[in-house]
Design a protein around this ligand. Sequence first.
Ligand code: NAD
Ligand code: UFG
Length: 337
Amino acid sequence: MNILLAGGAGYIGSHTAVELLNAGHDVVIVDDYSNSCPEALKRVEQITGKSFVSYEADIKDKKAVSQIFYQNNIDCVIHFAGLKAVGESVRQPVRYYRNNIDTTLTLLECMQEAGVKNIVFSSSATVYGEDNPMPCVETMKRGCCTNPYGWTKYMMEQILEDAAFADAGLSVILLRYFNPVGAHASGLIGEDPQGIPNNLMPYVSQVAVGKRDCLTVFGGDYATPDGTCRRDFIHVMDLANAHLKAIEYAVQRKGVDIFNIGTGTPYSVLDIIKAFEAAAGVRIKYEIGARRAGDLPECWANADKAARVLGWRAQRDLAAMCRDAWKWQSNNPEGYK
Ligand code: NAD
Ligand code: UFG
């Protein structure tokens, strides 16, 4: 298949490109490099030994994107292109709504015009309401998001569902990622946050490599086994494999399907610190600080539907997530720069 990866130079997109190319698919990558760089794509070619077409374009630019559709015979779209920093979305809501909603609308319009019928969308566990019991199942109500980023995901899911309702030929897969971490085992590609990392694993990695002094653990007084929050961390290559399974499923059916993509096992912030120390062989300096606004105490997936329908289950454990994150970080202390 020929798969268009919107935002494919980013963290999850680049790992998915490796997985798709290794499985024999062709990819066309479109990215404006607002949160990534072309070097990531060179590394994808290095890992796979395969070349592919890439375009520097803003997915909101309808003219540019529709040309890309007409120049390439696209079978399926995977939509990764979006802004994703929760705190930034609170400070810049209009920018988040504009970028995330508009990219989705532009892709849907271009797909309609080019007759492309399959789309896989990067959604998030953040769409589950605050007061749902754990683990999350796909049938639980969504909404009550705690920030504009989460609301964009909620709205984009709705837009895609409405589009599928109106066009019986459309196949929409919503993948709700839990907490993607780790890197390709080569250490050539990985997560490369700009500035101070917002997320736990890149922060821990940067403390381990000596770029940051000390990790602040946001809250030690939650009603959890060790007092710190628990999350469902998922290896990015397992997540990449879920996209491969999702596109293969997407082209066989019509309508909307939603899948949680997590391991089903929660780990606490302190578990992550310990596992990373073991993988890297260094001490991670940390202090317990105040809770971070908007954090849920616990969040993990029931991923049975993905196993049942897609034949997908996470294969890599927490030790592998930390080992591969450390290989990437220690080989590339300044990221792709
Ligand atoms: P990322 O920032 O590394 O990748 C997103 C890519 O999209 C970047 O390369 C960026 O340059 C590009 N992009 C953004 N706006 C664009 C536009 N208008 N036109 C063209 N390109 C554009 O993020 P990621 O971690 O790879 O996340 C991919 C998707 O998965 C995002 O939609 C994100 O919201 C979602 N998601 C991520 C996580 C996570 O923890 N990483 C969790 C749940 C969902
Ligand atoms: N944490 C710290 N210190 C840090 C960073 C994080 O203690 O410096 C803690 C957080 O408080 C939280 C846990 O580590 O308890 C995980 O935090 P992350 O920021 O890594 O991840 P979140 O679960 O908050 O958010 C992630 C993605 C969002 C997505 C959400 C739900 O970043 O995009 O999962 O899917 F919406």
